[in-house]
Design a protein around this ligand. Structure first.
Ligand code: C2E
Ligand code: MG
Ligand code: MG
Length: 703
């Protein structure tokens, strides 16, 4: 509304006088000065016109009928639109009383009748100018107060000597308090501030006064509705000419929203969204703090890494949603199993970690680890699915020499890897041997890469013999490493490293190439029905385009696919049975043979095997080893062979070392055997000798 003053090109002046002549006299005088004029003949009318037009100035007679000037002046001032209008009273009485009365009523100036025109015009100009400045000031105040409201900001002013404290309107609004309750009352405010913040606030004020420095603090305030509010205070000292501190001036700002947003961001940064456990970042920070804590020498710290065994299976069988629910449940169960002072965090998918401080003995940590394994082993109910899992745990303990965060974590990881390697559901403390083993595998990896390039990998062949006739029907290709310094290295010393590093993929390809080429040569030499068995690792099996690669390798060797047998293990099918079946069918269509190697050592059941397109079952040598001279303890071998027959599978017994092993297998009707009884795996040249000796023997027997 006040802005209408500015919009006008000519200022609008309201002239109020009951005397017509006086009114016109003034009207003309003002119009000649370029102002626009409206007139009223009494106070009441003036009031109405003020409301309607909001003039830039009112010139008003004091004595009028209906409503006199003083009353009208008061009434105008009481209106919002009339608050800033300059009001000049025309008084015929040059007495101090009526002047005072005019000012008391809210007038800004007065002129004595009869009016002296030049002076009057001068006063009008001055009045209008004052209005301008007043308005600017008012607008500025308004803007400031508006900005304060938006910024949720108020201020206070403390006169130190008189100990008078002034709070701006906004402070009352901000803290939702009544001025009469709070004005100049520090104790009332103090009662509202959270007790834990009192000392900080007091300290900041004292330091500021002592050293003459400004201060900034944040503190929490209880609101009347029992919610809380976070307030930011920034205070400065004001000095007099002599440099003496006389006042303290402070702004107060409500930063509750920023505080909550900050807290939220902090939470998102440090906590896992799924389980609400501390995440990897917080885990590292907490561990670092724990290790840095003074007096740590007699306060050992345990880092416990927990990993679920075969979590991937749950995810793939039940879907990610159930997988997530399951992880949430596990997180809760683990949380309940540990003390609230121990930091349990989630580092990644199914990896959890626990920091325990003040560790007494490794025994107590062992107990905790045992308890965690038990917790994991329970049946977990997720969406009506009974899910079963186990966990692997690796533990590292700090000591006076071993107190580096990264070392501790690495040690716990090594111990965890060890627990995984031995089949899971166990916990291990880190020991030096694990470290040297890890270093060793690093070394092997390096050397293996070299071996691949330098063609140090050779293939040995072990005959596969017909149990009934003793005829060599084929051979298993088994890798050896012709190490320049260490001599012939058996596969168990390097295959695990090759598997872990993925090197098994190029290695496996090389073995297949060499084995097919060699078999092709033997075919060309007349042994036309030899079948070569080649081991396939899980990593190869899961590799994209594996089928195409196998096809290409075999094709380039010129050996018909029907003479190639791929030995897979149960683990190849564990990950995802459907894709395994698809791949095996592809191999079948290509004309290859498929064997299930080391059968009986895994988890497969009869019905499981039934789903797979297989040709042969290779019975693990552990079952053959059991058989003694009296043919006792061969029940499992018998069972497997009987079962294989019902599934129309060909059977191969591994590890036949003794004549009575062979006798027994003959009785059971096993098809083929492999073992030291005839020959260990040998180089190609020696295998050729075996072939010709075998051929001779068979010829002699039949003649
Ligand atoms: P596997 O496939 O079960 O191979 C049979 C293992 O039994 C061979 O060990 C063989 O030497 C051994 N063996 C054969 N007859 C007897 C016996 O009468 N008594 C005893 N005690 N052992 C016998 P090897 O050559 O040391 O190979 C060990 C394992 O390494 C293989 O087990 C296979 O899993 C893996 N391996 C070997 N070559 C390759 C390969 O080229 N690729 C892949 N992925 N794995 C391979
Ligand atoms: Mg094999
Ligand atoms: Mg085997």
């Amino acid at each position: 509304m006040i802005y209408r003053f500015d919009e006008r090109k000519k200022p609008l002046i309201l002239v109020v006088d009951d005397e017509l002549v006086g009114r016109i006299y003034i009207e003309k005088a003002l119009e000649s000065e370029g102002y626009e004029v409206i007139t009223a003949e009494n106070g009441q009318h003036a009031l109405e016109l003020t409301t309607e037009h909001a003039p830039n100035m009112v010139v008003m007679d004091v004595l009028m009928p209906v409503m006199d000037g003083y009353t009208a002046c008061k009434a105008i001032r009481a209106k919002e639109k009339g608050l800033h209008i300059p009001i000049m009273m025309l008084t015929g009485l040059d007495d101090i009383e009526s002047v005072e009365k005019s000012f008391e009523s809210g007038a800004t100036d007065f002129v004595i009748k009869p009016v002296n025109l030049p002076i009057f015009k001068q006063r009008v100009r001055h009045g209008l100018k004052t209005l301008q400045t007043d308005l600017e000031l008012y607008k500025q105040q308004l803007r400031q107060s508006h900005a304060n409201k938006v910024a949720k900001m108020g201020y206070w002013d403390w006169e130190i000597e008189s100990d008078h404290l002034y709070w701006s309107e906004e402070v009352y609004d901000l803290l939702d308090v009544k001025p009469d309750e709070f004005a100049n009352n520090r104790e009332a405010l103090k009662a509202r501030i959270f007790p834990e913040d009192h000392e900080r606030l007091r300290h900041a004020t004292v330091q500021s006064l002592r050293y003459g420095i400004p201060y900034r603090v944040e503190f929490k305030v209880k609101r009347p509705d029992q919610t809380f509010q976070v307030v930011y205070q920034d205070a400065e000292l004001i000095r007099d000419d002599q440099g003496k501190v006389v006042r303290m001036l402070g702004i107060v700002q409500d930063i509750t929203e920023q505080h909550l947003a900050r807290k939220k961001i902090h939470h998102q940064y440090y906590y896992d969204t799924l389980t609400d456990l501390p995440n990897r970042i917080l885990f590292h920070e907490r561990l670092e703090h724990a290790l840095e804590r003074p007096g740590r020498s007699d306060n050992r710290i345990a880092v416990i890494l927990i990993n679920l065994d075969r979590f991937k299976n749950i995810n793939e069988s039940y879907g990610h949603k159930t997988g997530d629910q399951f992880l949430k449940l596990i997180a809760n169960e683990l949380r309940q199993a540990v003390r609230s002072t121990d930091t349990l965090s989630r580092l990644g998918a199914d990896e959890f970690a626990l920091i325990i401080e003040g560790v007494g003995s490794s025994g107590s940590i062992g107990e905790i680890a045992g308890k965690l394994l038990e917790t994991l082993k329970k049946t977990h109910l997720v969406d009506d699915n009974e899910l079963i899992t186990t966990g692997s745990i690796g533990i590292a303990l700090s000591s006076s020499e071993n107190c580096d965060k990264d070392t501790l974590i690495r040690q716990a990881e090594l111990a965890l890897n060890h627990a995984k390697k031995v089949g899971g559901n166990q916990f291990f403390f880190f020991n030096e041997e694990m470290k040297s083993r890890a270093l060793q595998s690093l070394n092997i990896e390096k050397e293996l890469r070299h071996a691949l390039e330098n063609d140090e990998l050779v293939v040995f062949y072990q005959p596969k013999v017909c149990v009934q006739t003793g005829r060599i029907k084929g051979m298993e290709a088994l890798i050896r490493w012709q190490h320049p310094e260490r001599g012939l290295v058996p596969p168990f010393e390097f295959i695990p490293v090759a598997e872990n590093t993925g090197l098994i993929i190029p290695i496996g390809k090389q073995v297949l190439e060499k084995a097919c080429q060699q078999t092709k040569r033997w075919h060309q030499k007349g042994y036309t029905d030899l079948v070569v068995s080649v081991n396939v690792s899980v990593k190869q099996f899961l590799q994209q385009n594996f089928a195409r690669e196998v096809e290409e390798v075999i094709a380039s060797s010129g050996l018909p696919p029907a003479f190639v047998d791929l030995e897979i293990t149960e683990s190849c099918t564990m990950n995802n049975i459907e894709t395994a079946i698809t791949l095996l069918n592809t191999f079948r269509e290509m004309g290859l043979l498929i064997s299930m190697d080391d059968f009986g050592t895994g988890f497969s059941s009869l019905s499981f095997l039934n789903q797979l397109p297989l040709d042969t079952l290779k019975i693990d040598r552990a079952f053959i080893k059991d058989i003694n001279e009296n043919h006792e303890h061969g029940e499992l071998a018998r069972l497997i062979i009987t079962m294989a027959k019902t599934l129309n599978l060909h059977t191969v017994a591994e590890g036949v070392e003794e004549p009575y092993h062979l006798d027994f297998l003959q009785q059971l009707g096993c098809d083929e055997y492999q073992g030291f009884f005839l020959s260990p795996p040998v180089p190609a040249k020696e295998f050729e000798v075996l072939l010709s000796v075998n051929e001779q023997k068979l010829a002699e027997a039949s003649s």
